[in-house]
Design a protein around this ligand. Structure first.
Ligand code: ATP
Ligand code: MG
Length: 619
């Protein structure tokens, strides 16, 4: 029970700014007796929850947060003035206050004594707290307590231990991310950013600083994918059939070996060279050709007597062919039979190495076939981490993931396991290799709590759901947890910032973004009501829906120019030299799948996946 000392409390006259005196102390919590607030008192002088209170203790000014204010229930004794009591969590201290060398530090070394005067922290002290002259700071808005004080974040602390932006829909998370990234890029010219843009809304936010990638201009060839990923692709996001997966696990290394052998000029391929295949594990990203893979499958099938075993191969071959010929998958299977190690090009484009003045990549995920979005996220995040790992963190990279709950769900049966593995690897070990993570989610309760605990700076925006707040409560320190009660009352663009990136847990308002930089879905019409959908635009919507928009745009360089196959035809003999393009075979793919193997089926594969017909959706 708090110990009141009426003598001390009533003895000293209160200074103008003083709001009360310490009446009890327990650990790092102090209770401060308060007089009733005068109705006309200015807002800055009112001791209300969420404000910082300073308690003078010797030469130091202890800084605490008001977590709770209530009417005093114990007898007021002789001091009739202090009718209310504020619970204050002490979180830091300004040492040598009132001298020129005053500085702020987290944690409390001196504790207050009964009767110490408490006052609302003024502008000078707030400035001192948020200044931190030793660190690289970025300004992202103002403090709510005093609008004249900029909200400043320590960019290195915030990045190296990851950050998260949480809040219900429409509270300004994406706008906050835009603002944060602008400021981070300005403060860290060495940093590159990969933004996984789930709703295609960031393309206009970063102007010339960012390249925008989507299925029409990105190349993520199938051989980059690890085994789990490629199985997921072949099986359209459903679990693979065990027999077929086993076969794939044997033939993929052989196809890799066959390609490498051909590329090294070792002459004609011996597809049975299992010893050579042993050098290639399933997951190493080395090129191979789909034609080789299919030939291998076909050869194996030819040796089988048993009809049901042949059917397994047949189904697998048909499955691979169908996917390869789907125009929506052109970003993976274009040039599937040409080969060529384009990994340097791919990594340098995707991760901006060298940046050449464009340090950011916006990966628009909404245009990818929905069943492979997870795989695309997995392969990109995995490559981001591996690149950091194998280059010893020479080029720091920030990966920002919107809708993180989709990939890192609390329920481990939801989502694609390799994606979860790739992101949590960045969260756990990324900082050693210069790979940092920024997570954004509107459903914190559905996010894996272990990943949130890896994020040491959190921006909590408006959140009304108890479960969301509960998750946050488990992730932040007790002191900060007191803030969580305010979350439902935050305005748009307001946030509580906790953790390493901020000096103190603080309620802040993000700076206003100019309208042209606001994240906005590309599908929404700019500047007001959506235009009514006429027949023509509906037709183009349907066309896009069906995947025609996956074709490269006219502005893209032709395939021949983009990737020079590194091998002359003689050096890399195709396993099926008779591959030819033909329109009629392109049509065959739309027909129901044949029950018997089509002897010409490989012809389907050599058809360029993007016919030259003009694309009505070209912009
Ligand atoms: N910093 C800001 N500056 C200007 N406007 C803002 C800002 N923050 C939020 N807004 C306004 O709020 C709207 C919603 O913001 P935003 O799209 O960032 O929310 P969100 O939390 O990302 O929503 P969702 O969960 O649906 O993705 C914006 O369109 C904008 O009008
Ligand atoms: Mg958003």
């Amino acid at each position: 029970m708090p110990i009141g000392d009426p003598q001390a409390l009533s003895a000293a006259p209160q200074s103008a700014e003083q709001v009360g005196r310490v009446i009890s102390v327990r650990g790092s919590q102090a209770s401060v007796g308060l007089p009733p607030a005068a109705a006309h008192a200015p807002e800055e002088a009112r001791a209300t929850v969420g404000k910082f209170l300073g308690v003078r203790a010797g030469k130091s000014l202890l800084v605490g947060l008001i977590a709770d204010v209530s009417l005093r229930t114990e007898p007021l004794l002789r001091n009739q003035e202090q009718v209310a009591v504020a619970q204050v969590d002490l979180i830091g201290e300004i040492r040598d206050n009132e001298t020129a060398s005053a500085f702020f530090q987290r944690g409390v070394t001196n504790y207050p004594a009964i009767g110490d005067a408490a006052s609302i922290i003024g502008s000078r002290e707030l400035r001192l707290i948020f200044e931190n002259p030793g660190a690289r700071m970025i300004e992202v808005g103002q403090l709510q307590q005093d609008g004249t004080i900029p909200a400043r974040l320590d960019v290195d602390e915030m990045l190296s231990k990851h950050f998260a932006v949480l809040g219900t829909t429409g509270v300004g998370k994406s706008s906050a991310v835009t603002l944060l990234l602008h400021q981070i890029l300005a403060a860290r010219p060495d940093l590159r950013v990969l933004l996984l843009d789930v709703h295609n809304e960031y393309s206009r936010c970063f102007g010339p600083k960012a390249q925008v990638l989507n299925p029409s201009n990105v190349k993520l060839p199938f051989w980059l994918y690890n085994f789990d990923e490629i199985v997921d692709v072949f099986f359209g996001g459903r679990p693979g059939l065990e027999e077929e997966v086993d076969i794939l696990s044997e033939v993929i290394p052989q196809a890799k070996a066959a390609y490498a052998q051909a590329a090294s000029g070792a002459g004609r391929l011996t597809l049975k060279s299992e010893a050579a295949a042993a050098r290639y594990t399933l997951d190493v990203p080395v090129p191979y050709r789909i034609a080789d893979l299919l030939t291998l499958l076909d050869t194996r099938m030819g040796k089988l007597e048993n009809r049901s075993s042949r059917m397994v191969y047949h189904k697998l071959i048909t499955r691979i062919e169908t996917i390869c010929n789907d125009p929506r998958y052109a970003f993976m299977f274009e040039n599937a039979n040409v080969g060529g190690d384009t990994m340097v090009d791919i990594l340098s484009t995707l991760f901006r190495l060298p940046p050449k003045g464009v340090p950011m990549t916006i990966m628009q995920l909404a245009g990818f076939p929905s069943e492979v979005v997870d795989v695309v996220v997995s392969v990109t995040c995995r490559m981001a981490f591996d690149l950091g790992l194998w280059s010893d963190g020479a080029d720091p990279l920030l990966v920002v993931c919107e809708e993180a709950h989709r990939y890192m769900a609390a329920d481990h049966s939801v989502g694609f396991a390799p994606t979860r593995r790739a992101i949590s690897r960045i969260a756990k070990e990324g900082r050693k290799y210069g790979v940092f993570l920024g997570l954004v989610t509107q459903r914190p309760a559905e996010l894996d709590s272990t990943i949130l605990s890896q994020c040491s700076t959190l921006f909590a925006m408006r959140m009304t759901n108890d479960r969301d707040q509960g998750l946050l409560r488990s992730a932040v320190a007790d002191t900060a947890a007191n803030f969580l009660a305010f979350l439902p009352s935050l305005g748009t663009g307001e946030a509580f910032a906790f953790g390493e990136g901020v000096a103190l847990p603080a309620r802040m308002k993000f700076r206003q973004l100019p309208p042209q930089l606001l994240p906005k879905s590309e599908t929404a019409t700019v500047g007001g009501a959506a235009a009514p959908t006429d027949d023509h635009s509906l037709a183009s919507v349907i066309e896009r829906w069906r995947g025609r928009a996956a074709k490269p745009r006219s502005t893209d360089r032709p395939v021949e120019e983009t990737r020079q196959p590194p091998l002359a035809p003689g050096e890399a003999p195709q396993l099926q030299p008779q591959l030819q393009t033909s329109q009629s075979q392109a049509q065959q793919q739309a027909a129901p799948q044949p029950t018997a193997l089509d002897p010409n089926r490989f012809k389907l594969l050599k058809r360029p996946l993007d016919p030259v017909a003009p694309d009505p959706l070209r912009r």
